[in-house]
Design a protein around this ligand. Structure first.
Ligand code: FAD
Ligand code: NAD
Length: 607
């Protein structure tokens, strides 16, 4: 038998972790005793969850999931998602909110010369109500739940009763928090929090910042978890509702199989999609746990097993685009025949909406940090040896650091190491490094901590997120990039990708808004690129220039935009990307609509 047929792999891409992959068409000596999910140990029956007896303080992750995953099922939801639907009747209809569970904006912070960061959304917090103050309160030993450390099971009826500011319980992903003590510290304001009072706030929370690490921030407010609903009649899958939804709306579920030779084990994921790429799959191998997450549109397919035998650190990932097949080739530590691939782990073989999956993090090492401007630095992080992760163009990740004992998370957009990296052969394999351009705010909460990291220190990096779709660039003629400050970061990969991969591209124009000349990130690289590639033009606009500045001045305005955004013809395919402080993006969007650009012609980068 052969490792998955590779005759069709004309467009196959391969990435090597440490060593090259095996030669194609390796003769197979053995196949696993069985294949696919059945090749694993038989699915374990998960015990009905029960609350832990100990009344000690626990993180939700310490508690058994309110709705345990069912290995082998085609669609398994995350714990909270079922609650989200079962309790949806209790919630006000979900509406988009820009501020529900917004991350902290400390009013006591250093004021910028211009309108404050996220000024449109900010709800001023009272003195002594900053994130740091909240962390201090949670560490004070004060009983924040009113339950003296007990954890309880909460029924829907009970949850509903706690719907007032001074007695406010909210359920997120099946866990119930008493958020009354937190009200005054919530950057989005009390009213936003009250929208979910006495009900399931998962949807509202996910709409805005599903990445906010509420488990850590609210751990002292944990009341308990939602009580299970009565069991469904035998033979009826609790996930049937999801399966139905998937069948109607989502892509069809991928499947997997595995094969072995004396020295290799190959896991093959059949995605049933054509537009699969190396950045569609994220692989993490740690101890004996092997995790491969494949992202297909808004869904995530997970192969998650505890391997039955040890493997070497390096593995390779191959994608056969035209048949939508992914091969992950693992090297056995010992040349023995594996009877099974391993044992299923949480959400193994599940295909669920991405929004219902938690963010997965791995620890990355800081390998270099260099000044780019007076306040912005290029950070280079190295992925662990047994990780395959490529952040898709236009997407961001979350960085997580413990700050005074609380895990704090903020989003950042990976860039290339320079604007020219795609045009030259990389000296080092670039798939193990992730670069970030990060502005350090002296009065900020997270970035000063990042800045304190020493070479060799670790920071956790999540799986990618974001709604930019690379196909938006296909057949494009004119690409306009409107960036303000570090809002330049998503433009870096978009610019590189467009110039390298879009043959139809006629022009890329970047309008880059900054306060002063000193704030312009990679100015000389941008000017060199414009000199080298005639399709690219850059224009700098300063909002607080010195008297020597002879270029454009001011904030984003209809006059600036109408002069800048000249499309070749009425029918030419155009995309305008915007990113910067929230007021910049919001004003820009409105101006673009007024200039008659359609929704499909505009992409704004947000969290
Ligand atoms: P914060 O504590 O949030 O404060 C930031 C600044 O605002 C400080 O100067 C502070 O004093 C001031 N401030 C805070 N609140 C107020 C207030 N109410 N009034 C007046 N001033 C106030 N940033 C990058 O540098 N690079 C990136 O690649 C990047 N990518 C991002 C991607 C996404 C999707 C998003 C949403 C954001 C991205 N950011 C990026 C921004 C980043 O996530 C952080 O917001 C930023 O680093 C600031 O974090 P901080 O905790 O250090 O500062
Ligand atoms: P900054 O304060 O240095 O301002 C840069 C420019 O933005 C200014 O010169 C001005 O032209 C414009 N601007 C600022 N405030 C404005 C306002 N109130 N109205 C109109 N225009 C305004 O910017 P910064 O400190 O570098 O902040 C960059 C912002 O971009 C942050 O808010 C960050 O969160 C955001 N960002 C978002 C993403 C994303 O993907 N969503 C990625 C990176 C950065």
């Amino acid at each position: 038998m052969e490792i998955a047929k590779r005759t069709e792999n004309g467009s196959g891409q391969c990435v090597h972790l440490c060593r090259p992959p095996p030669a194609p068409d390796l003769p197979m000596q053995h196949r696993g005793a069985d294949s696919g999910y059945n090749a694993l140990a038989p699915p374990r029956a998960y015990p009905a969850p029960s609350l832990p007896p100990a009344p000690s303080r626990l993180l939700p992750s310490d508690l058994p999931a309110p709705h345990p995953p069912c290995p082998g099922s085609a669609a398994v939801r995350s714990p909270g998602s079922r609650f989200a639907s079962s309790l949806r009747v209790l919630c006000s209809p979900p509406r988009r909110s820009a501020v529900f569970w917004r991350p902290w904006i400390d009013d006591g912070g250093e004021k910028e010369q211009e309108a404050p960061h996220n000024a449109v959304e900010a709800v001023p917090l009272k003195q002594g109500r900053s994130l740091m103050d909240w962390i201090r309160l949670t560490k004070s030993g004060k009983d924040l739940t009113g339950l003296k450390g007990r954890l309880i099971e909460v029924t829907e009826e009970e949850l509903k009763k706690h719907n007032k500011k001074d007695d406010c319980w909210i359920c997120i992903r099946g866990f119930v928090y008493n958020v009354s003590p937190y009200m005054e510290y919530h950057p989005g304001g009390e009213d936003e929090l009250m929208r979910a009072a006495g009900s399931d706030g998962t949807d509202l929370f996910d709409q805005v910042h599903r990445w906010v690490n509420y488990e850590s921030m609210l751990k002292e407010c944990l009341v308990g978890r939602m009580a299970m609903k009565p069991a469904l009649p035998k033979g009826m899958l609790p996930q049937s509702q999801v399966t139905d939804t998937l069948a109607k709306e989502g892509p069809s579920s991928p499947s997997y199989d595995w094969f072995q030779t004396d020295s290799l084990v190959t896991i093959v994921i059949y995605t049933k999609q054509k537009d699969i790429n190396l950045d569609s799959v994220i692989v993490d191998h740690r101890d004996d746990s092997f995790r491969a997450e494949t992202v297909i549109k808004d869904y995530s397919y997970l192969v998650h097993v505890a391997l039955s035998h040890e493997i070497q650190e390096d593995f390779s990932v191959l994608v056969v685009e035209n048949v939508g097949k992914i091969e992950i080739v693992l090297k056995k530590k010992e040349n023995t025949s594996w009877k099974c691939l391993g044992h299923p782990q949480e959400n193994h073989n599940s295909f669920i909406p991405k929004k219902d999956t938690g963010l997965f993090y791995r620890k990355c090492q800081l390998v270099s940090k260099e000044d780019v401007t007076h306040d912005t630095k290029l950070f280079c992080l190295m992925l662990p040896p047994s990780t395959h992760l490529e952040v898709p163009v236009g997407q961001h990740v979350y960085l997580r650091l413990p700050i005074t004992g609380t895990e704090i998370v903020k989003p950042y957009t990976p860039v290339c190491d320079s604007l020219f990296s795609e045009f030259k052969e990389p000296v080092l394999p670039n798939n193990i490094y992730i670069y970030f351009l990060i502005k350090i705010y002296p009065a900020g909460f997270f970035t000063p901590e990042l800045d304190q990291l020493q070479i060799g220190d670790y920071v956790s990096v999540s799986n990618p997120e974001g709604n930019f779709i690379i196909s938006q660039l296909q057949e494009l003629e004119d690409l306009f990039l409107l960036a303000a400050g570090t809002g330049f970061t998503p433009m870096v990969k978009v610019l590189n990708y467009a110039l390298t991969n879009i043959p139809s591209l006629r022009k890329v124009k970047l309008m880059f808004f900054n306060k002063t000349e000193d704030d312009i990130i990679w100015r000389s690289q941008l000017e060199k690129l414009a000199f080298k590639d005639k399709r690219f033009e850059v224009e700098f606009v300063l909002s607080a220039p010195t008297s020597e500045w002879s270029g454009k001045q001011g904030y984003i305005s209809p006059a600036l935009l109408s002069e800048f955004l000249k499309r070749r013809s009425d029918t030419s395919k155009v995309l305008i990307c915007l990113c910067g402080p929230t007021p910049f993006t919001e004003q820009g969007m409105k101006m673009l609509h007024d200039l008659n650009f359609s929704k499909d012609e505009i992409h704004s980068f947000t969290a």
